[in-house]
Design a binder for this molecule. Structure first.
Ligand code: GLN
Length: 190
């Protein structure tokens, strides 16, 4: 059984854990470096990116997550995408990104007037017409060499991958379709 951690400091934790369990894995809430040492993959969920960033530093998980990502798959969804990236285009000075994937990000990129929406996305490596929920979602402005774009929406990059690290702008845990989290779990050895 693959042990998959979900960073459980703030945000959408329990839905990720239920999808991992439905897919035959064991979802584990990660709150400390000791928790992180138990798992083979880590999801950094949606929520509020500045709050999660502050808490990561408070509980001393900043460097352990960076070390973990060198040899284990990490998946950042929504706020988690912002945290996994290497820079924020529109300020975000309170946020210390983990720099796990070479992408620059615009927070709340789809505009305040459209707070949330659902679309069907064609996602490379995953499948076609995958229902995807966007909630005050970021998008990726630019990707470095070695980053592969997996999905776009309205010409904006909303899912990408570089080696062990996968990111998406939307909330894959909020629909009944579990193919996106299944794809992440396929990256975990064992
Ligand atoms: N807008 C949020 C942020 O910048 C992310 C929203 C989400 O995770 N649903 O942190």
């Amino acid at each position: 059984t693959k042990k998959v951690g979900v960073l459980a400091l703030q945000g959408a934790v329990s839905e990720h854990i239920s999808q991992i369990n439905q897919l035959g894995g064991q979802g584990i809430a990660v709150k400390t470096p000791a928790d992180l040492a138990q798992v083979q993959g880590l999801i950094i969920p949606g929520g509020e990116s500045t709050a999660i960033s502050r808490l990561i530093q408070q509980v001393n998980l900043y460097e352990p997550i960076q070390e973990f990502a060198k040899t284990n798959p990490v998946f950042g969804t929504c706020a988690g995408l912002i945290l996994c990236g290497s820079g924020i285009t529109d300020g975000g000075e309170k946020l210390k990104p983990l720099n796990l994937i070479d992408i620059a990000v615009t927070r709340n990129g789809f505009g305040r007037q459209v707070d949330s929406f659902e679309v069907d996305l064609d996602i490379e490596n995953v499948g076609k017409a995958i229902p995807s929920v966007f909630i005050r979602a970021p998008f990726i402005d630019s990707v470095g060499q070695g980053v592969k774009t997996l999905a776009t929406y309205e010409d904006k990059i909303v899912m990408a991958e570089q080696g062990n690290v996968l990111v998406c702008s939307f909330h894959p845990e909020l629909t009944d379709n579990n193919q996106v989290i299944g794809y992440f779990m396929s990256k975990i050895a064992g």
